[in-house]
Write a protein that binds this ligand. Sequence first.
Ligand code: HAM
Length: 435
Amino acid sequence: MFQTIRGTFDVLPEAHESGGSRVPGAPAWRHAEDRVREVLARFAFEEVRTPVLEPVELVARGVGATTDIVQKEMFTVERTRETYVLRPEVTAPVMRAYLQHRLGERGGATRLFYVGPCFRAERPQKGRFRQFHQFGTELLGSDDPRADVETIAAMGAVYEAFGITATRLRLNSLGDAPDRPAFRDALRDHLAPHADALSETSRQRLAANPLRLLDTKDPSERALLADAPRLTDFLGAAARDHYAAVRDGLADLGIPFVEDPTLVRGLDYYTRTVFELESDALGAQSALAAGGRYDGLAEAVGAKQPVPAVGFAAGIERLFLALDAQGYALPEARRPDAFLVALGDAAERRTLALARDLRAAGRTVDLALATPGAGRSMKAQMKAQMKAAARSRARHAVILGDDELGRGVAAVRDLDAGTQADVPLDRLAGALGAG
Ligand code: HAM
């Protein structure tokens, strides 16, 4: 028997356990995704759907060659002379689509959102999967600090729409690329006397990508960094003003945040604003959503002109964890109005047309189909079909036998109340709709 591969799961009609995680049923996913779409549409973001497969170079150059995602976590697909990658995130693909289709030529800023699967070969654990699902926004073509505030407000509005309020917003500014060399030198000077105490990875990061060093989880390294120089002290005037305007905008909207000068992100494209939304309900993987500004990404993936842009992305699995923690009632499968039970050949032949007419009248209708192993006698069939009716969670069983057919009626059993009455076939749709 084949099984889903590690870190992936099926979504079934109903919730189930998979690898220690509770996977909500498809109606819950639909509900969550619909609500996300509703909220983001109110901010005038428009949906885009980009391919799951992208050129590996887009991700390598977009997300950054020294990131964990590119170095360790890509699922690549070899195809003759090309290498593709299952997208680990959607920001670089959206930028590709924006440039490819010249969406910027419509004038003004472009507001896009997406909902869909992403793939990272991480070690699976609670809230962390190898195929996971993100929703997010990208606001392209503006360096206005209000774009950053709008992005953070839209992200917050999604969680608010689900009643999730126990969150913490961490905020930082990574400045512009020219602000970084002086910071890197200062950080190197600060750490040089302690080089022996750094792990091999951190020494490499210090050389290749010093910002990432600030992200270390190692307690002794964190201690070394406690009084290290802060990137925010090295911001150029433009980035400093921008950061101040973002903070002011958040304050004007009453959106609480904490400044965290050690907040850096695992993706290399960020400039200026970065942020993470956390929830204690999630455990170790505390990030519900995260994002920031990425004014250099367009050029990194080949654009001739810079495209200033800002966005966020959120994990749907983590949204579910937060919903679960506060006992949010997710919708379950819709119940059929009727389950048709047929006894005898004539009645069986009649069920398809009866189902068609009831569905045409807007009813949700299931019907008993022969299954291997069911007995052949009338009694055995009745029993098997009524069991199927109960399993279908239908509100009514509509029982059709030769006797009923002869009289032009069906026996309608209310499966919740246990009551039963004959209903003329031409009035069935109405009777089934009422309950
Ligand atoms: P990210 O922080 O890598 O950012 O991912 C965003 C969110 O996706 C995380 O906060 C988390 O909720 C979810 N997530 C990430 N990896 C996993 C995983 N393995 N399993 C489950 N959930 C996961 C980005 O992807 C950027 N593209 C965000 C962005 C958009 N920046 C600008 N625009």
